[in-house]
Structure formats: structure tokens, C-alpha cells
Design a protein around this ligand. Sequence first.
Ligand code: SF4
Ligand code: SF4
Length: 65
Amino acid sequence: MNLSFDRECCIGCGACVEHCPGHVLAMNEEGRPYERYPDDCWYCGVCQVECPEDCIRVIFPYLIR
Ligand code: SF4
Ligand code: SF4
């Protein structure tokens, strides 16, 4: 997992899925985002910035901190 989603605050707008340049994210059957291709994430932080509800935190791996 590269991201932490706050499920309580997510409104299911899809902005994170739409703006991820790596097409890492998708919406599940409940209308909430999940990491469909986690290995393709390069920690750019766009999803975190674009979330209107501030529900996403990118979890940086130890080696690139
Ligand atoms: S950090 Fe960047 S590449 Fe990773 S899921 Fe978010 S927008 Fe996509
Ligand atoms: S951008 Fe934020 S509020 Fe919208 S679907 Fe993604 S996590 Fe949920």
C-alpha cells in the first residue's frame, strides 16, 4: 500500500482516480478509490493534492524519504 485513504471523509468524487498520472487508482464497486496497480505508483502526490476532502496521504517508502 502506497496510500492511506480516510474512508470516512471520502465522498467518492473520483478526482484522485481521474488525476493520477500513472492510472494507479480505480473505483471499487462501492464507489470508493483503491490502488489497482500499486506497483505503478511513483509517489508524485497528485492524488493527495487533488482530493477536495483531504482524505489521502501518500506513504513514502523508507528508501526515498
Ligand atoms: S502518488 Fe501519484 S502515482 Fe501514486 S497514486 Fe497518487 S497520483 Fe497516482
Ligand atoms: S479525491 Fe478524495 S474524496 Fe474524491 S474519491 Fe478520491 S479520496 Fe474520495
